[in-house]
Design a protein around this ligand. Structure first.
Ligand code: UGA
Ligand code: MN
Length: 307
């Protein structure tokens, strides 16, 4: 009978290979951009005034859930020291409701409150709850004009278009700090486009080579507004980059990005697009039948209160 002899050297090689495989498996499963340690590391790099500024641009409009939505966002921003919030009301004046939310969160030195009303001809209702025309166009363009006139262009900063009703994690804003000048950061978005997650697809060198979108995948950039943030220098370099009513619904993202970047300027973030740090949630329309009955009697449940 022949004996199989294993030499000590072979055993050593086997052990090394085993440890290597174990390390790879562990690394792949690990979230590199989640949790308090990660946030601590990102923000303790330097003081808040040395971090790249993040300009978040949020259109908002009056409806029963407005204060609730804005309170969620304002409390998130209490945790994001390097943020400047440009909030643009879809109304003829700025309101005390919005201002009070901002002040209550201690953001007085970190916000710009603007207003511009969407012309009624653009508010034609399509199949409920969607409009025929895209939302937030006037408001985002006003914010871009403000940014081009007032932003500190000598320092690297990042611009993010932030709807008032989505769900954002604090880690998303820490990830945005990694966006390099001249680049557009991209990441997955949960619960959008008829999928659990829409995400950029990467090759083995972690370059963006496509997207998994199911809805209108032929769009130049088939991603949601919440899926990217842009280095400020690109907005200064390309002053013609604005939002437009002249494009089909769902093409706003492609419309702004086509002026600013090509696909190879996309910088994948959120653990190489494996983590979801933002969700395209939509709040149900508030039912107020009893309130309407009260109003008919000349009463209200919210008398003297800002709800
Ligand atoms: C999707 C995208 O995520 C939006 O970024 C995009 O603007 C929109 O479609 C579109 O192209 O119309 P969706 O959830 O359908 O979002 O839109 P909303 O969240 O209802 O509106 C987007 C933003 O516009 C919100 O911040 C909202 O407050 C604001 N808005 C909406 C107004 O300023 N005025 C309105 O009358 C309605
Ligand atoms: Mn929304």
């Amino acid at each position: 009978m022949s004996e199989v002899r294993i030499r000590p050297r072979q055993v050593l090689v086997l052990i090394i290979v085993f440890i290597f495989v174990l390390m790879m498996v562990h690394r792949n499963g690990k979230h590199t951009c989640q949790g308090p340690e990660y946030l601590q590391a990102m923000y303790s790099q330097s003081q808040a005034n040395k971090l790249p500024k993040i300009y978040a641009i949020t259109p908002t409009y009056a409806r029963p859930a407005q204060k609730a939505e804005l309170t969620r966002l304002s409390h998130l921003f209490m945790l994001v020291p390097n943020l400047h919030w440009i909030i643009i009301e879809d109304s003829n004046t700025t309101t005390s409701l919005v201002r009070n939310v901002l002040l209550r969160a201690g953001l007085e030195k970190r916000f710009t409150q603007l207003n511009i009303k969407t012309p009624t001809e653009f508010k034609i209702k399509g199949k409920d709850p969607n409009w025929i025309k895209p939302r937030g166009v006037e408001q985002r363009n006003l914010a871009l004009a403000w940014l081009r006139a007032h932003a500190d262009v000598d320092h690297h900063a990042v611009v993010f278009f932030m709807d008032d009703d989505n769900s954002y994690s604090v880690e998303l804003f820490a990830e945005m700090m990694k966006i390099k000048p001249g680049r557009v950061g991209v990441w997955p978005v949960g619960l959008v486009g008829g999928l659990m997650v829409e995400k950029p697809l990467l090759d083995e060198d972690n370059k963006v080579i496509g997207f998994n979108a199911a809805w209108r995948p032929e769009r130049p950039f088939p991603i949601d507004m919440a899926a990217f943030a842009i280095s400020l220098d690109l907005f200064i370099k390309y002053p013609q980059a604005v939002f437009s009513y002249e494009v089909q619904r769902g093409y706003q993202e492609s419309e702004i990005l086509r002026h600013l970047a090509t696909r190879d300027q996309l910088q994948p973030l959120a653990n190489n697009c494996r983590d979801v740090l933002v969700w395209h949630t939509r709040t149900e329309k508030t039912k107020l039948s009893s309130e309407e009955a009260l109003i008919k009697q000349g009463k209200r449940s919210d008398e003297g209160m800002q709800v």
